[in-house]
Design a binder for this molecule. Structure first.
Ligand code: ADP
Ligand code: MG
Length: 630
């Protein structure tokens, strides 16, 4: 399958020429670009041989934009114009962001959050686009040609808004996104786990400021994310801070200003990184104000001062595996991702937890980009008959139905792209519009799910309740983006919505939604049963009232009293929360109205025989059959 058209229209490409597509790890701290050349995936270095590009962009007052190391150097001196960690804000609305916790000036506005810089308002999408542009340029320089197709990685917990924001950034940077894939999936692909190895894998990703654990199941070439978790405020930066505190204590430093603290943190970071390959390091730092740090730190001392952080990663790992109901020995392999997994203490902790060694052959900084490059290579049509890797949607997608219940249309872990249609109907006689509310989540009640979009289908011809056939189609593209359309099949009335970035959910919130889906399954099932009986009872009450109004003359007094009594009994049952009582009362009313329904049917048929169309009459008298539920 060739998704990339590299040759000019009308000219066929040389069959021996391979198509080039990029793999991009758009990280919180660092970003990388990789490509498959001569069958080998490799990260492309800058002109100084560095493969990591700090995810930092400076919008300088002189009008220039710098990305990467040069931008990062301005972090202390020009914080408002130097944006770092923009990924944390992707797909978020201004209302979701705690401005006081950020070193930026936020633009007061609704919708997507934006930072005020010397170049005007910059959204996280703009910042990501500048990073992507720099990577695209790096690739053009290294390859001698401009490559515009890319696979870009995103965290597994990214929701629709965050994925859409990432795609928008790519579009701004002139990149055509072959696919967004989940970071842990890319890491697994880098290790070739997609090549036939079936089983459940754990991906342990400790980066600069975030920690993510994902549990992936691989079967028949499809990775599904069965659990994710972690901490968005735990990463290498915290280890730097612990070591900086140790150094400050040793040197008797107190009351450091912002600049001195930054210098100390940078020294601590260098020392921390050196300790990954040396048993001890010497730290010599001149703070410029006559104060100095001269210290020797051993690996054991560093391990001791950061032990609490390492323990937290293990506790989180354990809780994610519990969520996934996967004991450590059921895991087929452990993949280490992120620069911070170079720390021997972290590796040792993971090894101890699983009782065996994690996969570490690949550079943990590069593993995500390498997997993305391999996937890009396959998507660009170079895979031969390699199966294409598929992804799955992380949370179920559905619609709100009567009673505040969720009708699941696409179940979580369905492989994408996918499309599913389901038919719905009207609840009230003469209803000409239907409100469509798209929700995401694992719970039975709308109130416990995430609202994604609302729209209305109008122009339904007036019909009795239950006669309209409204087909709602959910379509999820290969990047996990959703489009929902609704059509009334008789009249062709049509409406649709694409789920666009609105606001974000934190990864914790998604993990919570998954957890709550399991934890609340019983309570939800009871609630659903109750609401379903309430809706059914309401529907029968409505229909009965309508029928009595239309054909009251068919009833004698005792029959009318029986029906009224049955209606009162339903009303009483509905004040309680016993769904079986409501069901029994509903059945009693249905029985009490049986004779009446037959009389009405006879009358209708007589009217029909008197010259009216049977069809239109049949609609008017159609009982509201209980829809079969499976
Ligand atoms: P992100 O995914 O957040 O962009 P990275 O995977 O690039 O982050 O990880 C960056 C972190 O890795 C930094 O905290 C950095 O100090 C740490 N790191 C990089 N190399 C080493 C090393 N040799 N030893 C310990 N930590 C390292
Ligand atoms: Mg990363």
């Amino acid at each position: 399958m060739a998704l990339l058209q590299i040759s000019e229209p009308g000219q066929s490409p040389d069959p021996h020429q391979r198509r080039v597509a990029l793999g991009i790890d758009l990280g919180t701290t660092h970003s990388l670009v990789a490509v498959v050349r001569s069958g080998v995936a490799e990260c492309l270095p800058d002109s100084e041989g560095r493969v990591l590009l700090p995810s930092a962009v400076r919008y300088a007052p002189d009008g220039s934009i710098t990305v990467g190391w040069d931008a990062l150097a301005w972090r202390i001196d020009d914080p408002h114009n130097t944006v770092v960690s923009a990924k944390r804000l992707m797909g978020r609305s201004a209302a979701d962001v705690d401005a006081s916790a950020l070193p930026y000036v936020l633009e007061p506005r609704e919708g997507i959050v934006a930072l005020r810089t010397a170049h005007g308002a910059k959204t996280p999408i703009d910042v990501a686009a500048d990073i992507l542009r720099a990577l695209r340029q790096r690739a053009a320089d290294a390859l001698g040609e401009d490559v515009v197709g890319a696979v870009i990685t995103v965290p597994a917990y990214f929701d629709d808004a965050q994925r859409q924001a990432t795609k928008d950034a790519a579009r701004l940077a002139g990149l055509s996104v072959l696919r967004l894939i989940n970071e842990p999936t890319a890491a697994a692909v880098a290790y070739g786990l997609d090549q036939g190895a079936e089983g459940v894998y754990a991906v342990f990703d400790l980066g600069g400021g975030t920690f993510d654990v994902s549990v992936l199941r691989l079967s028949r070439g499809v990775f599904e994310v069965i659990a994710t978790g972690g901490d968005t405020a735990l990463g290498g930066d915290d280890f730097d801070a612990r070591l900086a505190d140790l150094l400050a204590r040793r040197a008797g430093l107190v009351g450091l200003d912002v600049r001195a603290r930054a210098a100390l943190l940078a020294a601590a970071r260098r020392a921390k990184e050196a300790l990954s390959s040396a048993p001890q390091v010497e730290v010599a730092l001149d703070l410029g104000d006559g104060r100095r740090v001269d210290a020797r730190v051993t690996r054991d001392e560093f391990a001791a001062c950061s032990a609490e952080l390492t323990a937290r990663t293990v506790a989180l790992l354990d809780s994610v595996l519990r969520d996934a109901a996967m004991p450590a020995d059921a895991i087929a392999g452990i993949v280490l991702v992120g620069g911070s997994t170079r720390m021997p203490v972290v590796r040792q902790a993971v090894r101890t937890y699983f009782g065996r060694a994690p996969l570490t052959d690949l550079d943990p900084d590069q593993v995500v980009a390498i997997g993305a490059a391999r996937q890009a290579h396959a998507l660009a049509g170079n895979a031969g008959d390699d199966p294409l890797l598929l992804d799955v949607i992380p949370l179920s997608l559905g619609l709100e139905t009567m009673g505040g219940l969720v009708e699941r249309v696409i179940a979580r872990n369905t492989t994408i792209p996918t499309a599913r249609a389901q038919d719905f109907t009207t609840f009230k006689d003469g209803q000409t519009a239907i409100a469509i509310h798209v929700v995401q989540g694992e719970r039975e009640l709308v109130s416990a799910c995430r609202s994604l979009a609302r729209f209305e289908l109008r122009g339904i011809p007036p019909m009795p309740a239950g006669a309209a056939r409204v087909r709602v189609t959910f379509q999820v593209d290969a990047d996990g983006l959703l489009e929902v359309s609704a059509q009334e099949l008789g009249s062709g009335a049509h409406a649709q919505v694409a789920v666009k970035p609105s606001y974000g959910l934190s990864d914790d919130a998604i993990a919570d939604m998954l957890r709550a889906g399991h934890a609340e399954a019983d309570a939800d099932a009871r609630q659903r049963a109750l609401r379903e009986e309430q809706v059914e009872a309401e529907r029968l009450l409505d229909a009965t009232r309508g029928a009595m109004h239309a054909d009251a003359d068919l009833l004698d007094d005792p029959a009318r009293d029986r029906i009224h009594a049955a209606m009162a009994a339903i009303a009483a049952a509905m004040r309680g929360d016993d769904h079986l009582a409501i069901r029994a009362a509903t059945a009693a009313l249905a029985q009490a109205t049986e004779g009446f329904a037959a009389q009405r049917m006879n009358r209708s048929i007589r009217q029909a025989l008197a010259g009216r169309s049977v069809d239109s009459v049949a609609d008017q008298i159609a009982p509201n059959p209980r829809e079969s539920k499976d």
